[in-house]
Structures are given as C-alpha cells and as structure tokens.
Design a protein around this ligand. Structure first.
Ligand code: GLA
Length: 384
C-alpha cells in the first residue's frame, strides 16, 4: 500500500507541507459527565489519525482518505450543518469553526490515514478533527498548538465542528483528550472551568495492563439516545435550579433526588453525581498506588452506567462480567455506550486468559467476534 505522502503526491500532484496526527482515547472514568460540567479522566491511545496537508491560497478544501474511496471538494464558506456529509464533515467543520472563531484560515489539500478503529467508541472522529486542527494551526501560523491555552481553543473548535456541522451533540472530553493528554498520564479534565491536570498512569509498574475490547456492536452518537440523556440532565438541572449537575455534591444527592418527579430522572442524575465523585476517587487511588480500588471503582461506574444511566448493552456487559470473572481487578464500558468498547484492568499474568474468555463468551452467545488489545497512555496531537 502506498504511504500517506505518496498517496498525497499522486492525488494532488505536489508534496504535502507536512503530516500531523492526533490520538483516539479511552476514558478511564467520568462517563457522561462532560456535558454536565463534571470531571473525566481519559488517556490518549497509541492509535492515531494522521493527516498530510498542504495550505492553499484559496478557500477550497480537497479531502481524501486512505481508508475510503471518496474524494470531496468543498469551499469553506459553503460548509454548513450536514454539508459536507459523512466523515469529511469532521475535516471541513474544523476549518469552518476556526474561521467562525475569527481565525484567518484558508483551504487545504488533505489526505487522511485513520488508524483509530472506526465506530469502536474510541473517538476516531475527535482524532481526525484534532489532526486537522493541528495542521491548520501550523500552516496558517495560528500558533495555537504551541500552548495549553491554544490547544483548548483548538479543542473547542473541534467540538463545535462535531456539534454544528457533523450534528453529533457530544461534550468536549474527546477533543480535550486528543489535545492535552500526555504519555504515561491520564488527563484529569474539569469540564466546568476547562482546567486539566496530568495524573501519572503507568500500569506496568503494577504488573497490570489496560485491556480494551472493541465489542464490534454498532454505536452511533448521532442517534437519539445520547441526546435524550443530555436532555434529561438539562431538565433535572433546571428543576434543581443549577446550571450544571456538577453543582450537586454527592453528599447532597438524596436531597436533590427527593426534588425530582420521576424514577427515571432520579436514576439518571444519581449516575451523573456519583460518577463525578468517582473520578477524584480514582485519581486519589492512582496516586496512592491502590489499583485494587481503581478496579473496584471501574466496576461501580459500569454498574451505574448499566442500571441508572442505561447506556450499556449486552456486548459491553458480557465483556465486563467475563473480564471480572477471569481475574480483572475491574472493568467498565468506556465512551458514549450502546456498543463501542470496554476497558478492563488486568494482571499481566491473566491477559491471555481474559481475552480468550471474552472471545469464547461472544462465540457462545453467537455475537460478532470482539477485538481485545492492550494499550498504554500515549501523547497528544502534534506534527509527525
Ligand atoms: C462520547 C462523547 C463525549 C462524552 C462521552 C460519554 O464519547 O463524545 O463527549 O460525553 O460520550 O462520557
């Protein structure tokens, strides 16, 4: 297969100005908390989306991918909700949204090589957006990729592309992870004030592995369920008289629940409030080197997402139950849910056994074969 730069040269008749890339992510804990002004704790994956790009003097964007046959041309000033459609919305949307934010961006020639598994809940779309944003920052002299503040501006532009152009009403965790997460660290992300801090995350020192299992169960964030959960949170925040559910401390949860009119709403809110509290419990347990406690909190998070927030599914539950039964210290779904991936904290000595047991459980249940692989915490968007 020709390389990214060879494909670029063959497609456009000139070399790219450079190649930029950004990672996918798994979230360790803090799920469905970002749009509630809460806390999350993602790591960047070693899997990255690479984008070869060259600046143009005009407004035209020409986009091609090594993984897809499509070739799309669109002018930045024609970009609008739903146009262009499909994956190219993530590329075009970033240029559009940087321009909306007042940055002088022009067109690009772009070829994408996406190495983040697609549709696996590992934020391939944020990786794509952030690789393009990194390229735009350098090629148009914006300087944003060079500072933490600038990276937050780029992450916000990428989120806006996803919300306004691609039409997925996501929070900002995935883009923040791709822009700010660093090697061997988890990113403690405060979605109320946008602040971040780095939490050492090196499981090898504990003879543990973070095992990701892509269930291959289809997962689409643009479908109604994700938006419905967001709506429930907004309804509850209104009823409780707060801007974000983050403002409800876990110690005041019972009092808040008593003010809500129905059981479904109460369970949704109980998930959000307890999940936000679990993030700092995991941060503390990591700092103490208490990995058994981290595992326990992973599984508690999964139960809350399964029973209270109701965003798990058969495949995710099967991964979690099997991993824990075979020796994982804990396991949980990661990302939006309804399919996608789960993570498990597994002693090195049990990794083969856990992966094999998950594969066997899926075969037994006549489900599509899942894919399990171990990951370490990798680095953020950068020029290659
Ligand atoms: C998806 C969204 C994120 C976040 C998670 C759930 O990954 O893109 O913004 O809401 O779901 O934590």
């Amino acid at each position: 297969m020709p390389s990214l730069t060879e494909t670029f040269a063959a497609r456009f008749g000139h070399a790219p100005d450079g190649v930029w890339s950004a990672p996918g992510r798994v979230n360790l804990i803090g799920e469905h908390t970002d749009y509630n002004g809460g806390l999350a704790l993602p790591i960047a994956l070693p899997h990255r989306t690479h984008c070869a790009a060259a600046a143009r003097d005009d407004d035209l964007l020409r986009i091609h991918s090594l993984q897809e046959d499509s070739f799309v041309e669109v002018r930045i000033d024609e970009v609008t909700a739903g146009h262009p459609a499909g994956w190219t919305a993530y590329v075009a949307g970033v240029l559009w949204s940087l321009r909306q934010a007042g940055y002088a961006v022009r067109g690009l020639d772009v070829v994408v090589d996406g190495q983040v598994p697609l549709g696996a809940g590992l934020s391939s779309s944020a990786a794509l957006e952030c690789s393009v944003a990194a390229a735009a920052s350098d090629l148009f002299g914006l300087g944003l990729i060079e500072t933490a503040e600038g990276r937050s501006v780029l992450a916000a532009a990428c989120q806006r592309a996803e919300n306004d152009i691609a039409g997925a009403p996501t929070g900002g965790m995935d883009q923040a992870a791709a822009m700010h997460a660093t090697e061997n660290h988890a990113l403690r992300l405060d979605c109320r004030d946008g602040s971040t801090s780095q939490v050492p995350f090196d499981l090898s020192a504990h003879d543990l592995v973070l095992l990701v299992t892509d269930t291959r169960a289809s997962h689409a964030l643009a479908d109604g369920q994700y938006g419905a959960r967001r709506d429930s949170c907004e309804t509850a925040a209104d009823l409780l008289g707060v801007e974000y559910l983050r403002e409800i401390d876990v110690s005041a949860l019972d009092e808040a629940l008593a003010k809500l009119p129905d059981d479904v709403l109460r369970r949704r809110i109980r998930h959000v409030v307890t999940e936000i509290a679990r993030v700092d419990e995991v941060v503390e347990a990591l700092r103490q080197g208490d990995l058994a406690e981290v595992g326990r909190l992973f599984t508690a998070s999964h139960e809350s997402l399964r029973d209270d927030y109701e965003v798990s599914c058969t495949e995710l539950d099967l991964v979690v139950d099997t991993a824990v039964a075979e020796g994982a210290l804990g396991a949980r779904m990661t990302g939006g849910g309804f399919g996608g991936s789960a993570i498990a904290l597994v002693p090195v000595a049990c990794v083969e056994q856990v992966s094999a047991a998950i594969a066997a459980a899926f075969a037994e249940a006549q489900l599509t074969a899942p894919q399990s692989f171990s990951v370490t915490a990798a680095g953020p968007a950068a020029r290659d």
